[in-house]
Design a protein around this ligand. Structure first.
Ligand SMILES: Cc1ncc(COP(=O)(O)O)c(C=O)c1O
Ligand SMILES: [Zn+2]
Length: 416
């Protein structure tokens, strides 16, 4: 059912077999999945999609597996929320939130990429699945590996949030905490994958893993009634998601599911880790690595693997980018919860805060449709909000005490 035909170097276009390969041995370019779009378009129709189960595999023609999906049968198909109250607050007429904070089963967008990588790992005969993670990926790899009975290794920087570490640990993987940043973790995992012959979701299976992120873009268009929004604001860490949203939009046109002008895609990063925004401003072709220092740990990647593709996608779409300070990130988390009842983690706070900064700078027009990518759940990192003032009261259990409390609030006397 998939129209996947193999791997190809994104730079020099050399073809490669569909194995655990991710980098071109001729020019060191990244390898990407290739599809027969004509074949895909024959079966991937609007009617066919509508009739399929509500999970990410409904776009199976454009996902790089050869057999049946092994996991992720409840992942994807998250809400596209029309944000009326937040939109009013920001003065935006048509504002949407693509809400992967409720993606099954580990509450982040990573439950799109991991099912594809894990299915491919099984197809390629691996018995061990690992990852280099800033938290959410580890949660997802641990969960899907558990479901498939694969041995699992989650490598993380030692100073991740306790909620993120526990979210992986509960599924029983080997957790390896590294003294260093995510970029050090990633380097070690590249070596460990080669040394032990393991599958690493975001390293040697990266060409498959990344394709799962396209489903985020497919769903946005499907949920808008097969219409493109004018703008999408996406967070950037390693740079998987943003370019695949762009690829998804192009592929929908290629297979005849959508038409019209392609959206502008804008990048959001924390001010304490903004290699991509720096490059957008300086005009560089590749981001200059930085050392992260931000509360947005899930997107604290100083040397993004797909940084070049992010820059190409943003520039090619006519988009821009913005930073958000830690204080702006926390304010945005609170604003989103207060207006729409959605509790996101600092990555989502970063995307919303960057959106606000782009609106204020006039880079995002308030009268055009905007989709903000909310990619992670705030309950995993609730401690970041602990110092913010919240309103609560503590009283005894009699109505009299509650009346006294109400009277103190409203100035109205207590009835007797
Ligand atoms: C919640 C969340 N959002 C966004 C991202 C961005 O990821 P990438 O740019 O690597 O696709 C991550 C990465 O770890 C994440 O955990
Ligand atoms: Zn090449």
């Amino acid at each position: 059912m998939s129209a996947f035909t193999g791997l190809r170097c994104a730079m020099c276009k050399t073809g490669f077999p569909s194995e655990a390969l991710y980098v071109c041995d001729q020019c060191l370019g990244p390898l990407e999945a290739v599809y027969d779009y004509e074949a895909a378009g024959r079966t991937l129709t609007r009617e066919a999609v509508a009739g399929r189960p509500r999970n990410l595999w409904r776009y199976r023609e454009l996902l790089p597996v050869t057999g049946e999906p092994r996991t992720g049968l409840h992942s994807g198909c998250t809400p596209l929320v029309r944000a009326h109250r937040l939109g009013r607050e920001l003065g935006v007429a048509e504002l949407y939130l693509k809400d992967d904070s409720v993606n099954h089963p580990t509450l982040s967008y990573k439950d799109r990429v991991v099912p594809v990588a894990a299915t491919r790992a099984v197809e390629l005969g691996f018995d061990t699945l690992g990852c280099a993670s800033t938290g959410n990926l580890g949660n997802s790899v641990a969960a899907h590996a558990a479901r498939l009975g694969l041995t699992c290794y989650v490598f993380i920087p030692h100073d991740l949030e306790p909620g993120k570490i526990l979210g992986s640990a509960v599924a029983g993987p080997h957790i390896v905490k590294i003294d260093g940043t995510y970029d050090d973790v990633n380097r070690l995992c590249t070596q460990a994958g080669e040394r032990y012959g393991w599958a690493f979701a975001n390293i040697n299976l990266r060409s498959y893993y990344a394709e799962g992120a396209k489903t985020y873009g497919f769903e946005i268009v499907e949920q808008l009634g097969w219409r493109y929004p004018r703008h999408v604001v996406s967070p950037v860490a390693g740079g998987t998601l943003l370019p695949r949203i762009g690829r998804a939009f192009r592929e929908l046109r290629e297979v005849g599911l959508a038409e019209g002008e392609l959206p502008k895609i804008h990048a959001a990063q924390a001010a304490g880790c903004a290699p991509v925004i720096n490059a957008l401003e300086s005009g560089a072709e590749y981001p200059e690595p930085v050392r992260p220092d931000t509360i947005a740990k899930s997107i604290a990647i100083g040397n993004p693997a797909d940084g070049h593709q992010v820059l190409e996608t943003v520039r090619g779409s006519g988009g821009t980018g913005a930073r958000a300070t830690d204080a702006e990130i926390l304010d945005a988390i609170a604003l989103l919860a207060r207006t729409e009842g959605i509790f996101t983690e600092p990555a989502g706070g970063t995307t919303l805060a960057a959106t606000i900064n782009l609106l204020e700078a006039g880079a995002l027009p308030k009268d055009e449709s905007i989709v903000v990518c909310i990619t992670g759940n705030g309950y995993k990192t609730a401690h970041v909000m602990a110092d913010r003032p919240t309103e609560s009261t503590h009283i005894g259990r009699s109505l009299r005490e509650f009346e006294a409390f109400m009277a103190s609030r409203t100035g109205q006397p207590v009835h007797s």
